[in-house]
Design a protein around this ligand. Structure first.
Ligand SMILES: [Zn+2]
Length: 135
């Protein structure tokens, strides 16, 4: 996935991913549902050093089941969720795949997490390992 570009809806926040994602995961947790306004999020686990951003995001400090903080970064102008930083995953950023400019060559999800909270009529993603909660 060389020189992969993306950004928020209005273009105030832009980024480039310089390396391959370390992992890919669908998250069905209620917080991802709320923040995305949709049924799940698709996150690319990218090394912080591979993530280059232009423009400022705002951050909402969230707390998941673990009680550990995570920071959900979004565009302060258009509200697009762009990435999440999780305290238990230092050195990684979780980029919201829906903000990529192009989905061509996008890797498929390797895992699905919080499937307990997934909407019941949604079929499992082929080839993805499912976790009822967090792995
Ligand atoms: Zn924006």
């Amino acid at each position: 996935m060389p020189d992969r570009k993306g950004g928020c809806l209005c273009g105030a926040v832009r980024y480039v991913l310089n390396g391959e994602p370390q992992a890919t995961a669908i998250c069905h947790c209620t917080h991802c549902q709320k923040q995305s306004g949709s049924l799940f999020s698709f996150n690319l686990f990218v090394r912080e050093s591979d993530y280059e951003q232009q423009g400022e995001t705002r951050a909402y400090e969230d707390r998941g089941d673990s009680g550990e903080p995570s920071w959900r970064h979004f565009c302060g102008r258009c509200g697009s969720p762009v990435l999440t930083k999780v305290s238990s995953l230092p050195g990684l950023v979780l980029v919201k795949a829906g903000t990529l400019d192009s989905m061509e060559g996008l890797p498929a999800p390797q895992t699905e997490i919080y499937t307990d909270r997934a909407v019941k009529w949604l079929e499992p993603f082929a080839g993805a390992t499912r976790f009822a909660l967090s792995p």
